[in-house]
Ligand binder design. Structure first.
Ligand code: TXA
Ligand code: MG
Length: 319
């Protein structure tokens, strides 16, 4: 059984009201959504993704006003960030109200709230009487989906409907910001660069890696992992080290020395925004190509480049 793909928001809303799962487009990546206030519906997300239940879900809301209903406190810095970047690729970790089921936050006191910037999903949220809990719509640990067909390919038999909103504009997940002792902390690098966050709230602590007990599994060292071996480093040296393998190559601006390889270029003009937009779909295309090994290089480590490099390193990390 495969899920129907379309743009019928009434149908999507009806399914969500009945506790079913619907894949939703966002500007970052596609989400696997359920009514966040319905614990049984939320449980289906964990089952469909094969996701460990210690991994909390982001709750998507229609507006800042809507977000306030689910946070006990909305500190001034959070408000400033929300005003500047919502709707957009920013998730705020704020102390939750009791209306949010514990399963959504994996028992944590804070809930991740985000107002996504996609017209279809904003319209869906505006018509729903509940917020939507949604992780990225991929099996746990695999590359995140940026088109409706990516979702269809991997979770098509687990969702009731897929809303097709076209390719995700930003292409990389939201930046996650929370506060510790009133100081802002970035827990996941994402679609809003650290520089832009700091322009609003001043210096932030970046804590994207965690040790044994992750606060966010996007922090797990190995994540976003392709199925084929995926090596990150200097393309020339990596290619030289694997002379007899059929290679997939993911380059930053191009790499012309490799006849017989399958090549993907993140951004021929060296534009980090374009590179982020292409990242996951190119990783996926290479993973599905008839190659034995994929080699990739980092992009400049600034702005969105830091989030891109974060994803590349986790994809390359050995489990
Ligand atoms: O851009 C995005 O954020 C996408 C779209 C669909 O909105 N969603 C997404 O969800 O990336 P997911 O579940 O794949 O990643 C969310 C990350 C996880 O690493 C999770 O552990 C962390 O956010 N997270 C969510 N709620 C949290 C909480 N209450 N405390 C700490 N981390 C949280
Ligand atoms: Mg994810």
């Amino acid at each position: 059984m495969v899920a129907p793909i379309g743009q019928d928001l009434d149908k999507a809303l009806h399914l969500l009201e009945s506790g079913e799962l619907v894949a939703i487009p966002t500007e970052t990546v596609y989400g696997l959504a359920a009514n966040a206030l319905n614990g049984r519906a939320v449980a289906k997300i964990f089952e469909a993704k094969n996701r460990p239940s210690f991994d909390p879900l982001i709750v998507h809301v229609a507006s800042m006003q809507h977000a306030r209903k689910f946070a006990i406190e909305f500190p001034l810095q959070a408000e400033a960030l929300a005003r500047r970047f919502w709707p957009g690729p920013l998730t705020l970790l704020l102390p939750k109200t009791s209306e949010i089921p514990d399963l959504v936050t994996a028992g944590l006191d804070r809930v991740g709230l985000r107002c996504p910037a996609h017209p279809l999903t904003i319209s869906l949220l505006a018509h729903a009487s509940f917020p939507l809990a949604a992780p990225s719509a991929n099996p746990f640990g695999y590359i995140s989906p940026t088109t409706a067909h990516h979702v269809q390919d991997q979770l098509g038999n687990k969702v009731s409907y897929i809303i097709d909103g076209g390719p995700s504009r930003v292409g990389i997940e939201s930046t996650i910001v929370g506060w510790e002792h009133n100081e802002p902390v970035i827990y996941r690098l994402g679609g809003i660069s650290t520089e832009l966050i700091e322009a609003v709230v001043g210096a932030v602590l970046v804590k994207p890696h965690s040790t044994s007990h992750p606060q966010a599994p996007g922090q797990l060292t190995s994540h976003y992992a392709p199925r084929k071996p995926f090596l990150l480093g200097d393309l020339m040296s990596l290619a030289a080290a694997h002379p007899h393998k059929r290679l997939g190559v993911l380059s930053w601006k191009g790499f012309d020395r490799m006849p017989g390889s399958v090549q993907m270029v993140l951004s021929p003009n060296g534009d980090l925004t374009e590179a982020a937009h292409h990242l996951f779909s190119m990783m996926r295309t290479l993973d599905e190509s008839p190659v034995e090994l994929v080699i990739a290089e980092e992009v400049p480590n600034q702005g969105l480049g830091r989030a891109i490099n974060d994803r590349l390193r986790r994809a390359a990390a050995k489990v």
